[in-house]
Ligand binder design. Structure first.
Ligand SMILES: *Cc1c(COP(=O)(O)O)cnc(C)c1O
Length: 385
């Protein structure tokens, strides 16, 4: 790694990202709108290169969590629809208008402010009305009052009710009972809207879990996130039903390999003490880079020279230690695979997530923070954005 100024990096395989969006397209069929979710810097993969690859390979639109994420994409030149999945404060109406971003609304006042901002610029702003069918996060309750408020929004002068939006709480669980209850509430709510003369427009509901396993929840537009990045949304989905390829690898070079006697304590708190004469390797990646500290002492491992090597002692902010005693021909400078594969051995973000008592989503976001990113494809060419 020449130009990252650091012996640790993240590799993003854009061919695999392209493969995964094509899989989503195959799964939902040609008629659906696919909104590629690139929030949180594309789950740590880099929003701009990810968005470009997604749009070139089957996505129709993009979604982000925050206004600044949307602005970043507009400034990078993307002209497709960009949906802001979180709620946007009324005071940012003019910013939404300026960058032509599509908000989700859950209040008439909020929509009214956006209508005023659009009117001031002589424009019309598309909005999705959020309906809370069971996530308990954002949206109108799917009742008569909720329908009346959506009707008010639909009648505002300078916003167009583009569609209705909801979100699954449990689509990635084996038991689909609650997901189906959410669908029933959504359908009833859409009918209620129609009964009072409001066209619900584009219906969008499905995240990765629902794209994989709740086909009746696909509606008009689907919103895949984690599956694009090659991680399954949970351990309960049927992995064999849809092939996905991991996009992110995390790699480093050993900065030191040291022979130490039996009885040598390793890292903060001396939670690990060598039981034999050992070779200890230093990996220049820590929890500030996304390697969860919670993994300490939980049996985590890395891949070096074709074999797994155990992580020992506590993960520090910028480094962690591995026992390389059983690794053949090991020297400082050898490559360490923290997430990824050498063709034989594989460590998935899911594995680290499970050991740290979290999910692959959080692991990917974490590794995306500070490590330099290198973009690759299956020809092993590397280039920088
Ligand atoms: C993050 C998010 C998604 C994507 O979810 P995945 O589980 O990553 O597929 C879709 N919709 C909304 C509203 C989200 O916040």
């Amino acid at each position: 790694m020449q130009d990252t100024l650091r012996s640790a990096w993240v590799e993003i395989n854009l061919d695999n990202l392209a493969f995964n969006i094509q899989k989503v397209r195959e799964k939902v069929g040609p008629e659906k709108t696919v909104i590629g979710v690139v929030k949180a810097d594309a789950y740590g993969h880099g929003a701009v290169p990810a968005a470009k690859t997604l749009l070139e390979n089957g996505a129709d639109a993009l979604a982000v969590a925050t206004l600044s994420e949307g602005i970043e994409l507009r400034k990078a030149g993307f002209t497709c629809e960009i949906v802001i999945l979180g709620l946007t404060a009324s005071r940012y109406g003019t910013v939404l208008v300026e960058y032509d971003l599509t908000p989700v609304v859950a209040s008439v006042d909020n929509a009214y402010a956006f209508s005023r901002a659009a009117a001031a610029a002589n424009k019309f702003m598309p909005v999705y009305a959020a309906v809370d069918t069971g996530m308990g996060r954002i949206g109108f309750l799917p009742d008569q009052r909720g329908a009346e408020m959506v009707a008010k929004i639909a009648k505002l002068g300078n916003v167009n009710l583009k569609g209705v939006f909801s979100h699954f709480a449990t689509a990635d669980e084996a038991d689909k009972t609650f997901a189906k209850e959410q669908i029933k509430k959504f359908d009833d709510f859409c009918k209620l809207l129609e009964s009072i003369g409001i066209d619900p427009g584009v219906k969008t509901f499905a995240n990765s879990g629902a794209i994989m396993e709740v086909p009746e929840g696909h509606y008009d537009a689907v919103r895949p996130g984690i599956m694009l990045y090659g991680c399954y949304p949970s351990n309960e989905v049927d992995r064999d039903a849809l092939e996905l390829k991991p996009v992110m690898s995390v790699k480093a070079e050993l900065t030191q390999v040291k022979k130490v006697p039996a009885g040598t304590p390793i890292s903060y708190g001396r939670t690990f003490v060598t039981e034999r004469e050992s070779f200890i390797g230093t990996v220049p990646v820590g929890y500030a880079d996304g390697m969860p500290r919670a993994i300490s002492g939980k049996g985590g491992r890395v891949i070096i020279n074709g074999v797994y090597a155990p992580i020992v002692g506590r993960v520090c902010m910028d480094q962690f230690l591995v026992d390389v005693t059983d690794v053949p021909d090991v020297f400082a400078g050898d490559e360490v695979i923290i997430v990824g594969t050498d063709g034989e051995n594989t460590i998935l973000a899911e594995e680290i997530g499970a050991l740290a008592d979290t999910i692959s989503y959080e692991i990917c976001c974490g590794f995306g923070q500070r490590l330099p990113k290198v973009y690759t494809d299956n020809e092993e060419d590397e280039w920088d954005f």
